[in-house]
Design a protein around this ligand. Structure first.
Ligand code: SUG
Length: 449
């Protein structure tokens, strides 16, 4: 029995979760911008998924939300006065800016960082590179607090190395693990790291999307490979199909997911599927288990159905060798072609044998499915012991966190509520208590006086 694991660290939904239409290129975010949100339900849906996975025997961790509205950003942008005065001014002068600094978007921790397990890196340490998320202003303000949370969660320098975000400019646009997968035999044996990008920043002769932005560049991924000390022969780069970005596939994890020796993806996902397969097979080399390519054809599921159902934004988790379970959002069950495909998949010879459905509607309405909500970290048994022990999900934390949500969260938020100074106070009170529940220390600017 191999005691290494791939742990999932889910972002706990913050108290200001709302729909503001902030993500051009993300169809759900644009479509639901006028809706009222329910932060309490959102947080509870996330906690229920975390608890269910922990109960299924998977290592499940929790990453704390960020301070929102983010007053330090507003001060940086020239607003002065007390917190309440600043909220009043920004509401009057730049209401869209207030929605941007109030987003609870850090819940999608697949975008928090790129993670290279210690089996892949030259120095034998586990490396984190926080993502700059530069393409969207509301997300570009996440990386500093994300880095503080990751450092507080994976603190021991003997095992964990943290890199700051790449330069915050389009040329190095980095969306983290949403565009990164890793193929391996066991979680603690050397893997093939697979980096997917939307465009080459310094080479405009290569195809690019024309309608929606390519958020992630090849150059960003190349920099991560250098920093993490990955072996060239064990790294594969692939370009996303620009046409699917233009259809609304803003991250590769909306159209592909990989785990151990399985790559599950749509026929249209990559610019050159054949090359992607050949490159992965070459890097996979003479490992003993076969590398499975599970390619879903257009005729079974259209790109449109992928975007609406989030079929590929599922979590592909190993129950044992060649035995995987797929964690999908309820929208998959509601999309007939997808549901039928999944029935056929689980009875086929592919290693995906079970499907589990979760209601994540609050997050889904902003374009965030099960896979967006989690950051994967493959850990050896020793590294697992070195993780901050209070961030693991278990019966006690589940009970405590549900109680904490009930105590502090509202069950309805619309855009005008974001101007309420009381909401800021409520959020800070909640987060202050959370840092104690998760033993994180003082990670938020408001805690630093
Ligand atoms: O970056 N939505 C997020 C969704 C991120 C999903 N993550 C992955 N696919 N890994 C985004 O577009 C919407 C916020 C709003 O409109 O209120 C938002 O930020």
């Amino acid at each position: 029995m191999n005691s290494a694991c791939e742990a999932n660290f889910d972002g706990l939904v913050g108290p200001t979760h709302n729909y503001s239409g902030l993500s051009f290129g993300n169809v759900a975010s644009l479509k639901n911008s006028a809706q009222a949100s329910n932060p309490k339900a959102a947080a509870k849906q996330g906690l229920a998924k975390m608890k269910a996975l922990a109960d299924m025997g998977f290592a499940q961790g929790i990453l704390a939300p960020h301070e929102r509205p983010h007053l330090p950003t507003l001060r940086k942008l020239g607003f002065i006065g007390t917190d309440a005065q600043i909220l009043a001014k920004v509401t009057k002068q730049a209401p869209k800016l207030l929605t941007a600094v109030s987003s609870a978007s850090c819940m999608w921790t697949a975008n928090a960082a790129t993670v290279s397990p210690s089996a892949d890196t030259k120095d034998g340490k586990l490396h984190f590179s926080t993502a700059n998320l530069v393409n969207k202003f509301h997300r570009s303000i996440e990386h500093e607090t994300t880095a503080a949370i990751l450092r507080a969660s994976f603190a021991d320098p003997e095992y964990f190395t943290h890199h700051e975000a790449l330069p915050s400019v389009e040329h190095f646009g980095d969306e983290g693990a949403a565009n990164h997968s890793r193929f391996c035999e066991q979680y603690d044996t050397a893997g093939v790291e697979f980096f997917v990008y939307g465009m080459e920043a310094f080479n405009s002769s290569m195809p690019r999307p024309s309608r929606f932005p390519a958020r992630h560049t090849l150059e960003a991924s190349q920099a991560i490979v250098r920093r993490h000390g990955l072996a060239e022969s064990q790294v594969v780069f692939a370009q996303q199909n620009p046409e699917v970005i233009d259809a609304g596939v803003f991250h590769n994890d909306v159209i592909a997911v990989g785990n151990r020796n399985a790559h599950f993806y749509h026929q249209e996902a990559f610019l050159d599927n054949h090359k992607m397969q050949q490159d992965l097979l070459k890097a996979w080399g003479d490992r003993t288990s076969p590398l499975h390519f599970i390619e879903v054809p257009n005729q079974a599921v259209s790109v449109q159905d992928c975007i609406e159902s989030y079929l590929f934004n599922s979590q592909l988790l190993s129950r044992g060798d060649n035995d995987m379970v797929l964690i999908v959002p309820a929208e998959c069950q509601q999309t007939p072609a997808v549901w039928q495909y999944l029935q056929e998949l689980t009875t086929s010879s592919a290693p995906i044998n079970q499907v589990e459905v979760f209601d994540l509607k609050q997050s889904m309405s902003n374009g965030g499915g099960p896979a967006c909500l989690r950051l994967r970290v493959a850990l050896t048994a020793t590294e697992r012991q070195a993780v901050n022990s209070n961030i693991w999900m278990n019966d006690q934390q589940f009970e405590r966190l549900n109680f904490w949500v009930d105590k502090h969260y509202r069950d309805r938020l619309v855009e005008t509520d974001l101007a309420d100074p009381q909401l800021l106070t409520e959020s800070r009170t909640a987060l202050d208590e959370l840092t104690q529940l998760l033993s994180l220390g003082s990670i938020y600017p408001f805690q630093q006086g």
